[in-house]
Design a protein around this ligand. Structure first.
Ligand code: KIV
Length: 259
């Protein structure tokens, strides 16, 4: 049975933390799903970790669709949520509907995620939800606004900014979002938001009180050469892959392989 947005809300009520990891291709998505992750996010971080772009801004809807199609082919159980890429939804709710509709229709993802709150994104979330498209919100550090923030800085550190983020989260829930990512904000603020909302909060660099946690899988597996301060590596695949490739090259050159 596939995970549903309804079940995520039940998990919050039961106090069972929700696990979320990102995927960008079939092989990785299959592994994450078979290992039992609750939600697979086709995050636009794939622009950086899989495509080598300097930020998430360059990723197009067409590129996202291509990756989302590969991911959904590999997932049988987890809920698949797909990021709406930069400039594929900010223009108007109608543009967001077309982009989200494309991802649901042509890739088979179950839901979309978009960044931001007041006022436009709250209106857009409401517009999408009213038309049957489940939406995950994302507040705090929203990487598509990296230039606006002058870098990947922690957000919500002043009382005023913290209150704005709390109000945005409340407004997104009222607009119909089924869950919300809280990125790189103080743990006390994330805890306050988590206790205020009835929908699940999914934290990344937001402390332990969130209803779930998300990591970029390239960071979690030790694949990326740069990692944010809040990431945790559960493996060092850079090291393992480099050693395996060096062994292969050595075997070929010394004619040990094939035997
Ligand atoms: O794109 C992404 O991977 C994300 C997560 C960091 C939440 O949005």
């Amino acid at each position: 049975m596939a995970v549903t947005i309804h079940q995520l809300r039940q998990l919050k009520q039961q106090g069972r933390p929700i696990s979320v990891l990102t995927a960008w291709d079939f092989a990785l998505a299959t592994l994450l799903d078979q290992a039992g992750v609750d939600v697979v996010l086709v995050g636009d971080s794939l622009a950086m970790v899989a495509l080598g772009y300097p930020t998430t801004l360059a990723l197009t809807l067409e590129e996202m669709l291509y990756h989302a199609q590969a991911v959904t082919r590999g997932v049988k159980h987890a809920l698949v949520v797909c990021d709406l890429p930069f400039l594929s939804y900010q223009e108007s709710p109608q543009q967001a509907l077309r982009s989200a509709g494309t991802l649901l229709q042509s890739a088979g993802v179950a839901a979309v995620k978009l960044e931001g709150g007041y006022p436009d994104m709250v209106i857009t979330v409401h517009y999408l939800v009213e038309r049957g498209i489940p939406v995950m919100g994302h507040v705090g550090l929203t990487p598509q606004s990296v230039h606006q923030f002058s870098g990947y800085r922690r957000q919500g550190t002043s009382d005023q900014d913290a209150d704005r983020i709390l109000q945005e989260a409340i407004a997104l829930e009222e607009a119909g979002a089924f869950a919300i990512v809280l990125e790189h904000i103080p743990a006390t603020l994330a805890s306050k938001i988590t206790n205020t909302l009835t929908i699940p909060t999914i934290g990344i660099g937001a402390g332990a009180a969130c209803d779930g946690q998300v990591l970029v899988t390239a960071d979690m597996l030790g694949l990326s050469d740069w990692q944010p301060p809040f990431a945790k590596s559960y493996a060092n695949l850079r090291q393992s892959i480099t050693a395996a490739v060096q062994d292969f090259c050595e075997d070929v050159r010394s004619q040990k392989f094939p035997q």
